[in-house]
Every structure is written in structure tokens, then in C-alpha cells.
Write a protein that binds this ligand. Structure first.
Ligand code: ME8
Length: 651
């Protein structure tokens, strides 16, 4: 059986999974399904990139040891892929000792072949990317992230590979795709390759060098080796057999920002180690949200699971593969996603499938009729074209065009049904009406069967349901795309029950719901990353009171007019608060560690107005501002919207 090996990048564990990571992994899962349906043994690896300074820093922030921290976040990635039904075959963690073995083996091979030397290097270092950058790149980067760094490092003689790499690109035009990115990489190499520092002596959280344990591998030498460690390279005996069978890889899928590491450094490392090069590296574009590439620092991140809750994995997969041209950047929006779902899934294939099933049950006793002599609406020809077109596009990862080819058939089914009106034919006494009715329903059902097979890699759940509804047995994904042809639907087949495959959404409500779930997911992820404490349910054990007792406290809405720090106190602020009386009150509160005075002016707050005045730090406080805290921790002011009238009583 031909085999097809593909990979996603291994994701950094210093951020929780978001839809950008899901995008690449969904694409990889789709390609795997396509290859399987073309008869290949397909093997997909993904994983987590766990070493390096950034991760060490995130762990420290979370108050955890790096290993504890990476265990936790790496598991969150695996859970995410499982929840999305993504079929990876192996999840590699760079902290796995078997991975370290492979990294050391590649290094030793490079060392033996004279590709490694020890030297001192001073250069512009990008702290965020953990890489030395060129002067030009440093000039274009955020200056706070660039430092001059001198280190004793092990170096890889990348400069020796410049011409070999260019020759390889020229002999293999498909090596890097799309072409625009390939050209970028060629010009990057032609501008001259500098040797590459591949170790750090300043860092602890990493894999130590076999010949010099004071150094650990610099992240990229470590991370890139995942692609062969994941299939057993560097292990003894049968563990390495996957490697023998699967390497070289058919395609590395990566985002465009990490193409250089994959298409220049990685092939050079492999050349130096005397190992075969990947067949292809495919760089896709970015999902853009609210005007920029999603990034943790910008905070413009969307997560996949809240979307799945509303539109299912099919809705998410379909949108990403249909709306975004693979290879280009694409905007993400919850509205566009919900509208696509309604137009193409709910009103499109879902509606056509349930109408067809219902007409088969009503007019043909729930069985597939015989295709007679009547008008076929051009469906057989169109379906054949669509099969060829979709497979051709799928093979080169032009997903949106493949889906367009399938939707051409679905739209034609819709039109064909409307043209022939089976409901009218069923009542008509005209000669030939019955035959046209049966012909129409056969052609509609058969075209739908073909569409379900073609769509199985992209919308696996819905495709299976359409398949079953048409009375087909087994898994639609067991069908072969390249053996698909018109006429496979057998006359007399009993059709399954009609069901709503993709319920229609109220777009405004769906968006609102997704955004709400997104907020919840964000809060959960903050806990995961150790940036927020997990909240335990609280217990209220204070004694009950009568309502009258409550009303003895006179609380009013006030607005803060001025605020200043109280000298010699780190906690106290003194504020002038207007609660609708003739004069504002002077009130002191222990909130200086949370709020800056300037940010408080104009804020509406709850004031206890009948509290006995008291002196604090020699100043009079004529009331109390209500704040909330957990276990007497950080205070949060209770607040009101700007429309709430000053002086209004609470209760
Ligand atoms: O770069 N749009 O990990 P990472 C599309 N550990 N894809 C996106 C995206 C977006 N807005 N954001 C992220 C690393 N991705 C390294 C890789 S590989 C040996 C080491 C996807 O967690 C895309 O595939 O920053 C991108 O390349 C990858 O996530 C970056 O993930």
C-alpha cells in the first residue's frame, strides 16, 4: 500500500491552543482523510514544542516547574485535537527522552561530517523568536525584543549548504509551495546564508549536547528533529521501523512565518546528517482576526471549541477550508462562519438531503427507484466532472476549489428538483409523469451520494449521515475517491429516516452564544496557563438576617470626583465622592494597590452613606466604598453604568 506521511508544526506550549493551531491541524486531518480515501496508508504527526526560554518563562510565571507546566499544556493540545475529532497518529513531545535520542544522533552525524564547530558569536538576538536575526530584521522588529548577545555556541555551517539547497530547489520545483513562498526562500538563500548557532550555554530547560553537557540545543535544531523522532528515528530495533517505512515525509504543513526554518535550516541539517530530504514543505497563510494575525500578546485570539459547540466540527472545518484559500491569509469572523454554515450546510446539503429522503419515502415507498428515460438534468455529466475536479484540487490542497466543484453538483440538484417538481408529478395523471418522478429522485439521490463521498474528508459527520440516510452501509470514509463513479446507487435500496443534518442557525444568536462561550474558554485557559487561580465553589455560612436589618444600611450610588494617594500609606486612597448631597464626601479606601487615582475619576461606585465617620491616617472618612474580594484578596470596586442616577439608593 502506498504510504503518505504528513506533519503539522509542533506547537509551543507557552500559549493555549487557539484556532490558528486548529486550522493547520484540521487541514492536516483533512489531507490524511483524502489520502486514505485515495488508497494510501496515511500517517499524521503533531506535537508540542516544549523547550526554550519562552516556555521556561511561562512556567515560572505560572509558579510551576517547566516539566509540570509542559505536561499540563501539552495535554490541553491533545484534548483539543481529540475534542475536534482530529485523527493524528502520533503526538510527539520534545520533552520525551526518545526525542532527545534522535536529536543527539542527528547532531553526532553532523559533527562527524564536519558540519558543526564551536565558536563565539555576537549578534542581534530576537528574544521573542529566540533566534539571532539579520541587521535588517532587527531594524524592523520591536526594539524592546532585540538585544546584542555574545555567546560561546556550537555552530552549524549553514553557509556551506547555500548552493546545495538552491540546486535542490531548482531540481525540485514542488519542494516548497506555494510558488510565491518558494521564490521568497530562494531570494533569502541567494542573499547569503550565515552559519547558525544551534546551542545555548545560558539555558537549562532543553536537551543537553552529547559531547558538551553544559550546552543545550537551541530550540530549532531540537524542534525540527521531531519530524523524524516521531516515527522512531534514533531508536533501536523495531521502534525504528516506522522511520524506515515513512521517511522521507511527503509534506510538512507550516504557517508562513516558520517556513524558513523548515525549508532552509531543516533540509540543511538533514543533508549534513546524510538523511533524505522532505518531499515538500507547504506554507499556508494566517487567519486574521480583528485586523491582525492572532497573537497572544495582541489578545485577538479565537478558540475552536466554542465554535464547535454551536456549529459542530463540520461547521468549523467547512468554513476554514471553504472560505480561506489555502496558502493565502484569510479573515476570520463569527458572523461569516455562521452565514456560511446556514447558506451551504443548513440550506445547502442538509436541506437537499432531507428533502430528497422525504420525497423518496413519500413517493417511492422509502426505496431508491429505477432511473428511467426522463430528463437527467445533466447531473451524471456534472457529477463526473465534479469527481475529477474535486480529486484534482484536493491533491494540490486547493480545498476551496474542490468544495466549489462539489457545490456545483449540489446546486444543480436543487434546481433540478425545482424544475421537475416531484410533488406535482406525483399527483399528475399525465403519461410519463411517474417515470420522470422516479428519474428525478434517482438522479437527485445518486448525485447526493457522490457528493457525500467527495465531502467525507471535509465534513466527516454530515457526509456519514447523508450516506446512511441514502441507505448506504458502512463508513463513507471507506469509499475510494478514485473509484467513485455515476450509478453506484442501487435501485431498491431502502432509504434511512429523514433527519435535519445541519439545523439552521439564528445568526445573531449564534454569534452571541459563541462569543459568550469564548469568554468562558478564555477564563479556563487563563487557569490552565497558571495565569489565574482555579475557582472552587464557595460556601455561604454567614447567619441569616431579616430584610429590615439589611435596610438599616443606607447604600447610595456615588461618583468619584477626585482621588489621591495618602502619604505614607501603600494601600489608602482618599477620594471626594458625590452622592447627590450638597457637598461631596471625603472617603478613604484601601484600594491603592489595585487602582490608580487617575483611573477612578468619574467612576460610579456604591457608597455606605450612614456609616459612622472615622479617622484613618489622620484623615476623616465619611463613609465606605463597597468593594468585593475573594478571601480578603485583591479588591474590586462594585460599579454602575453611567446612566445610573447619582444618589440612587441600593436595595
Ligand atoms: O511556531 N493563522 O509554534 P506555534 C494560521 N513551535 N495558522 C496559525 C496562526 C494563525 N493566526 N497562528 C498559529 C511554533 N498558527 C513552533 C513550531 S515546528 C518544528 C516548531 C499555526 O505554537 C501555524 O501552523 O507558534 C503556525 O505555523 C503554527 O501554528 C505556529 O505555532
Amino acid at each position: 500500500m502506498p504510504r503518505f506521511y504528513l506533519s503539522t508544526p509542533i506547537y509551543y506550549v507557552n500559549a493555549a491552543p487557539h484556532i490558528g493551531h486548529a486550522y493547520t491541524t484540521i487541514v492536516a486531518d483533512t489531507i490524511k482523510r483524502i489520502r486514505q480515501m485515495l488508497g494510501d496508508e496515511a500517517f499524521l504527526t503533531t506535537g508540542s514544542d516544549e523547550h526554550g526560554q519562552k516556555v521556561e518563562r511561562s512556567a515560572t510565571k505560572a509558579g510551576l516547574e517547566p516539566k509540570q507546566f509542559t505536561d499540563r499544556v501539552s495535554a490541553a493540545f491533545r484534548d483539543e485535537w481529540d475534542a475536534l475529532g482530529l485523527q493524528y497518529d502520533f503526538f510527539q513531545r520534545t520533552s520525551d527522552p526518545r526525542h532527545a535520542k534522535a536529536v543527539r544522533k542527528i547532531f553526532e552525524r553532523c559533527l562527524e561530517n564536519g558540519a558543526i564547530y564551536k565558536g563565539e558569536f555576537t549578534g542581534k538576538y530576537h528574544v521573542g523568536d529566540e533566534a539571532f536575526v539579520t541587521e535588517d530584521e532587527a531594524a524592523g522588529a520591536d526594539p524592546s525584543l532585540i538585544v546584542d548577545l555574545t555567546e560561546e555556541n556550537y555552530f552549524f555551517r549553514l553557509s556551506d549548504y547555500q548552493q546545495k539547497l538552491i540546486d535542490h530547489y531548482e531540481a525540485n520545483p514542488q519542494f516548497v509551495q506555494p510558488d510565491s513562498r518558494r521564490n521568497e526562500m530562494l531570494s533569502f538563500m541567494r542573499s547569503g546564508l550565515r552559519d547558525l548557532s544551534i546551542s545555548r550555554s545560558s539555558l537549562r530547560w532543553g536537551i543537553s549536547l552529547p559531547n558538551d553537557p553544559d550546552h543545550v540545543f537551541y530550540v530549532w535544531f531540537d524542534a525540527l528533529t521531531t519530524y523524524i523522532s516521531a516515527i522512531g528515528f534514533g531508536q533501536e530495533g523495531s521502534d525504528e521501523s516506522h522511520y524506515e517505512r515513512l521517511w522521507p515525509i511527503d509534506v510538512h504543513l507550516v504557517g508562513k512565518e516558520i517556513l524558513r526554518f523548515h525549508s532552509v535550516y531543516w533540509p540543511a541539517f538533514l543533508m549534513a546528517a546524510g538523511l533524505p530530504l522532505p518531499k515538500q514543505i507547504w506554507a499556508h497563510g494566517w487567519l486574521i482576526f480583528q485586523g491582525g494575525k492572532m497573537s497572544k500578546t495582541k489578545g485577538n485570539i479565537v478558540r475552536a471549541l466554542p465554535i464547535k459547540e454551536i456549529v459542530g466540527t463540520d461547521g468549523l472545518r467547512y468554513y476554514l477550508l471553504r472560505e480561506i484559500v489555502f496558502g493565502q491569509d484569510g479573515n476570520f469572523s463569527h458572523e461569516a462562519l455562521s452565514e456560511r454554515y446556514n447558506a451551504d450546510l443548513a440550506n445547502g446539503i442538509g436541506n437537499i438531503a432531507s428533502r430528497t429522503a422525504s420525497m423518496l419515502s413519500r413517493y417511492c415507498d422509502g426505496h431508491v427507484p429505477e432511473p428511467g428515460e426522463g430528463d437527467d438534468g445533466g447531473l451524471p455529466d456534472l457529477a463526473r466532472q465534479s469527481i475529477a475536479g474535486a480529486i484534482g484540487h484536493y491533491k494540490v490542497y486547493a480545498f476551496s476549489r474542490a468544495l466549489e466543484a462539489v457545490w456545483a453538483v449540489l446546486n444543480r440538484i436543487d434546481k433540478y428538483i425545482v424544475e421537475h417538481k416531484p410533488w406535482a408529478l406525483a399527483k399528475s395523471g399525465e403519461p410519463g409523469a411517474r417515470q420522470q418522478l422516479e428519474t428525478t429522485l434517482y438522479h437527485a439521490a445518486e448525485a447526493l451520494r457522490i457528493a457525500s463521498v467527495l465531502l467525507a474528508p471535509v465534513i466527516p459527520d454530515g457526509a456519514q449521515r447523508v450516506w446512511t440516510m441514502l441507505g448506504q452501509t458502512g463508513a463513507v470514509s471507506d469509499q475510494r475517491l478514485d473509484e467513485l463513479g455515476w450509478g453506484g446507487l442501487k435501485q431498491g435500496t431502502a432509504v434511512g429516516a429523514q433527519e435535519a443534518i445541519y439545523p439552521r442557525l439564528d445568526v445573531a444568536k449564534a454569534v452571541q452564544r459563541m462569543e459568550l462561550l469564548e469568554d468562558e474558554a478564555l477564563a479556563q485557559q487563563a487557569v490552565l496557563m497558571g495565569q489565574a487561580p482555579a475557582t472552587e465553589p464557595i460556601e455561604i455560612d454567614t447567619p441569616e438576617i431579616e430584610i429590615g436589618e439589611f435596610f438599616r444600611v443606607d447604600m447610595r450610588v456615588g461618583v468619584i470626583k477626585s482621588a489621591e494617594a495618602v502619604p505614607k500609606s501603600s494601600k489608602l486612597l482618599q477620594m471626594q465622592v458625590d452622592i447627590g448631597e450638597r457637598e461631596p464626601r471625603s472617603i478613604l479606601a484601601g484600594i491603592a494597590e489595585t487602582y490608580r487615582p487617575a483611573d477612578l475619576i468619574g467612576r460610579r461606585v456604591a457608597v455606605v452613606a450612614n456609616l459612622k465617620p472615622r479617622k484613618m491616617m489622620g484623615r476623616l472618612s465619611q463613609g465606605m466604598i463597597v468593594a468585593a474580594s475573594l478571601d480578603r484578596g485583591e479588591p474590586f470596586l462594585a460599579g454602575f453604568s453611567d446612566k445610573t442616577p447619582v444618589g440612587a439608593r441600593l436595595g
